[in-house]
Ligand binder design. Structure first.
Ligand code: TYD
Ligand code: MG
Length: 470
């Protein structure tokens, strides 16, 4: 039988098939199979017979776990919001993938970062999407025209690898974007899984060899995965997402994987006409447009990584005009909203049945902490009762299915930030929380153990009186 020279590869999950199909049977995505040439003969597998013989021949030296290793040297940009997310700067020879929607500001961020790095290091910016003139134009708009960055417009991995391998190899190299890079040894088009994977592999190998810090830009598909896609995430040392809502100026840099540092840190930026500006105190920013005395809003005292972050949760509850009420969420998990609604109905006696429910995290932030449950519940109950949550209160706590309010971590950090921003009261889970610790007397505490206690704070949201005042 003739050997197949091409196969169909899912651009979402990387699975390969011998025939085209409308849907990938591995990940379930539609219209993601693209024909790609089979690169080369598969490497010889380690058959059982060879491995038995191999163990006699091969040698693997083990070392003790106990011992000292130096912390890897870091190349910091000096942009605190960027360095925090990378864990203190770029590591020599390590590859970082920066993913995000097209147009969210990845090129702007990396151009700014690489210009700061160029003050102390040999830094190179390779664009496969824009000409050198376009990059220069952008840099001068950002007020960075004098930075000592070297530019190139290139898409051939062979050329880039040759540049990394030169005697004067750069300390830091930005590739914008990995989807534009291609290897002439593969027949597939740039942007396909095979090209993205092989290009990244070559670049990462070259960077490791020379100790160059590699920053790869990756566009994200509308499903929210880095196109080309998960196959890249396990090849690089760190994965960072740059996110934000279109129409909002705030941008969040969020670490999702880091072999050399923490993964839950965020960096906050403001997109201005002079580029991205760091936001050292994001709580102030996210609460800037809050109006205290309206129903349907509550302030959540959250924590992102090591940093406290206060955000406003807004809810709107309106009589439905459809057969099935609508539930719409921006910035929070919709499954989690359904759960909180169900608990408020079943354990708190509220009735949302005939109502559309809209929930929004103000400012375009995405909140993923379960600790936000209590603030969400308060915003929902407040919207239904048309009674404002006390304007000087912050809330946090996880809600369980029995209606119990559960403890969450880092209470002191949350309370301190709330006090710093002028709040006078915290509504938080009752129980084991340490009293008398640092920051304990900063705020008045209302401790609650069950969602019913929360509803008691809203006079009219009692069971069977859910219609609100006329
Ligand atoms: P860009 O960095 O090109 O996005 P990406 O590389 O992620 O595709 O950013 C594009 C957007 O940023 C564009 O809509 C204009 C906006 N922008 C500003 O608001 N201010 C600026 O100073 C710059 C350079 C861009
Ligand atoms: Mg770009």
């Amino acid at each position: 039988m003739a050997k197949a020279t091409s196969h169909w590869v899912c651009q979402n999950c990387g699975s390969a098939f011998s025939k085209w199909a409308g849907q990938c049977t591995a990940c379930g995505e539609w219209n993601t199979l693209v024909e790609e040439a089979i690169a080369s003969a598969a490497p010889k597998g380690l058959g059982s017979s060879t491995s038995r013989a191999g163990s006699a021949r091969g040698r693997l030296d083990f070392v003790d776990l106990a011992g000292t290793s130096d912390a890897p040297p870091r190349r910091a940009t000096g942009m605190a919001e960027f360095d925090r997310v990378t864990g203190g700067g770029l590591v020599e020879g390590a590859a970082v993938l920066i993913g995000g929607d097209p147009g969210i500001g990845k090129s702007t961020l990396l151009l700014q970062a690489v210009c700061r790095l160029a003050d102390r290091y040999d830094a190179v910016y390779v664009s496969g999407e824009e000409s050198v003139d376009q990059v220069r134009l952008r840099a001068s708009r950002l007020g960075l025209a004098a930075a000592k960055v070297k530019l190139a417009s290139a898409t051939s991995v062979r050329d880039v690898v040759a540049a990394i391998d030169r005697a004067d190899s750069p300390d830091v190299i930005v590739i914008d974007s990995i989807q534009t890079m291609w290897l002439d040894t593969l027949d597939s088009a740039p942007g396909t899984v095979a090209q993205v994977r092989a290009s990244a592999q070559e670049l990462i190998r070259a960077a490791k060899r020379r100790g160059t810090s590699l920053l790869l830009v990756g566009h994200v598909t509308k499903e929210g995965v880095i196109a080309g896609p998960r196959v890249l995430e396990h090849m690089v040392d760190a994965v960072i997402y740059f996110e934000g809502e279109r129409g909002h100026p705030f941008r969040i840099l969020r670490g999702v994987k880091n072999r050399f540092g923490p993964t839950d840190e965020i960096g906050v930026f403001d997109m201005t006409d002079r580029g991205l500006v760091e936001v050292p105190n994001p709580s102030e920013l996210f609460l800037a447009e809050r109006r205290g005395d309206v129903s349907g809003t509550a302030v959540f005292a959250g924590v992102e990584g090591t940093r406290p972050l206060l955000v406003e949760i807004q809810a709107l509850v309106a009589p439905t005009t459809y057969g099935t009420p609508r539930r719409a969420v921006v910035g929070w998990d919709s499954g989690r909203l359904s759960m909180v609604l169900a608990v408020l109905e079943a354990r708190g006696g509220l009735q949302f049945g005939g109502h559309d429910v809209y929930l929004n995290v103000a400012g375009g932030l995405r909140v993923s902490e379960p600790a936000a449950d209590l603030a969400v519940a308060a915003a929902l109950a407040s919207a239904l009762a048309q009674e404002p949550v006390p304007a000087d209160a912050v809330l946090f706590g996880e809600i369980g299915l029995v209606g119990e309010v559960r403890q969450v971590g880092q209470t002191e950090l949350r309370l301190k930030e709330a006090a710093k921003l002028g709040f006078g009261r915290a509504i938080l889970p009752s129980g084991r929380s340490r009293r008398g610790g640092a920051g304990a007397d900063l705020l008045a505490r209302t401790e609650i153990g069950h969602v019913r206690d929360l509803l008691d704070l809203f006079g009219d949201a009692q069971p069977n009186r859910s219609r609100g005042r006329g």
